[in-house]
Write a protein that binds this ligand. Structure first.
Ligand SMILES: Nc1nc2c(ncn2[C@@H]2O[C@H](COP(=O)(O)OP(=O)(O)OP(=O)(O)O)[C@@H](O)[C@H]2O)c(=O)[nH]1
Ligand SMILES: [Mg+2]
Length: 355
């Protein structure tokens, strides 16, 4: 799962990136154009993995991960390009979700914060970007008609695109449209930005953190919002754990920025975790709610999906309650599940397969 951090210049994207990833990417107050994003892999904080590792004492413990991309120095409307210069577009289109960072601190260059206005500007850029793509494709389809290139597929695609263009012109993101599975399929390749799940990150200064209910409420009308104190949390990420804990308590921050963002992203993207356990490795994997045992097997390795026989399964809760795998079996909580089993968050799976 890849999340792209977007936002106006100096909104604190890199600061938040550093807080999330404990990286030391350069934080500047000047737009500094660079064609490639900062990339980092962030572990999904999950106490259950820690507990499982305590129980199995594996050689290796692996948390589920999320990839974070930070785009730097995208200047506002540079050379009429809008917020997203073409060389960054391919990265952004490849993201599974977009996180928009909104400045909520005083800044010498841009004055007092107005996160709702800033979001509106980004929202419009995203809509515009999708509109240009949809219209260009429509033009090509119609141009083809004139030259006698016509098919049911093309007509289906034309209909879907017309619907999308109409709604984009009314400020409705693609994600807000009711599309049939067929329409969904014909437009998938365009990876429309407004079709991706959207997370809003209000980046507040230390003094104002936690006192922005009005702004949060306003932002929630457009997407799911979370508040960070970016600069403060970047400093926290550099401290020793016990020192950081004291500061967090002072600020009323319950969990690290990383833990809050990964949990938030999980919830919004409908992700769940299952676990594999053993003496070699305890590991968390992410899949989407509704995925089957075969999907889970395929996440581990395509061979496991191809040769899937069954899944041996029990829940994390049952394991903790019964204190051991043997206890789980004794209590009759150990299950054998088939291909179509819909995996639940916290399942511990062992895939039986044959290739
Ligand atoms: N007071 C305050 N300042 C912040 C906060 N987050 C970032 N800043 C400051 O804002 C400036 C820009 O921060 P960056 O993280 O570089 O912002 P950016 O969005 O990555 O900027 P570009 O990559 O240039 O678009 C820096 O001087 C930061 O120290 C915050 O939460 N509070
Ligand atoms: Mg930056």
């Amino acid at each position: 799962m890849k999340i792209a951090l977007l936002g106006l210049p100096n909104s604190g994207k890199t600061t938040i990136f550093n807080a999330l990833t404990r990286s030391e990417a350069e934080v500047t107050s000047y737009a500094n154009a660079k064609a490639e994003p900062n990339l980092a892999v962030v572990e999904v904080g999950d106490e259950r993995v820690t507990r499982l590792a305590e129980m199995y004492r594996p050689k290796k413990t692996t948390y589920a991960t999320i990839d974070i991309m930070d785009f730097c120095g995208v200047s506002r409307g540079a050379a009429g390009e809008g917020l997203f210069p073409p060389e960054l577009m391919q990265w952004i289109r490849n993201a599974h979700a977009l996180a928009v960072v909104l400045r909520n601190f005083e800044d010498d260059l841009n004055g007092p914060p107005d996160p709702v206005r800033d979001f509106q500007q980004i929202h419009e850029e995203l809509l515009l970007s999708d509109l240009l793509i949809a219209e260009a494709r429509l033009d090509r389809i119609r141009h083809g008609y004139k030259r006698g290139i016509r098919s049911n597929e093309l007509e289906g695609e034309e209909k879907a695109l017309e619907k999308i263009v109409g709604r984009l012109n009314e400020n409705v993101p693609v994600r807000g449209l009711e599309l049939s599975p067929q329409e969904e399929k014909t437009i998938r390749g365009y990876r429309f930005l407004t079709q991706k799940p959207l997370l809003l990150i209000l980046n507040s200064d230390e003094a104002g953190f936690g006192k922005n209910e009005g702004v949060m409420e306003e932002l929630e009308k457009s997407g799911r919002a979370i508040e960070f104190a970016g600069q403060f949390e970047m400093e926290l990420a550099r401290m020793e754990a016990d020192e950081a804990a004291l500061f967090m308590e002072d600020m009323g921050i319950g969990e690290s920025a990383r833990d809050r963002l990964t949990r938030f992203a999980y919830r919004i993207l409908g992700y769940i975790s299952f676990f594999t356990v053993g003496p070699d490795e305890v590991r968390a994997w992410n899949i989407t709610k509704g995925d089957t045992a075969v999907d889970a097997a395929g996440t581990i390795h395509s061979d496991l999906a191809r040769g899937f026989i069954r899944a041996e399964c029990f829940s994390y809760e049952d394991l903790m309650e019964c204190r051991s795998e043997k206890g789980v079996k004794d209590k009759g909580r150990f299950r054998l599940e088939g291909k179509g089993y819909s995996v639940r968050d916290g399942d511990v799976l062992n895939i039986r397969f044959n290739v």
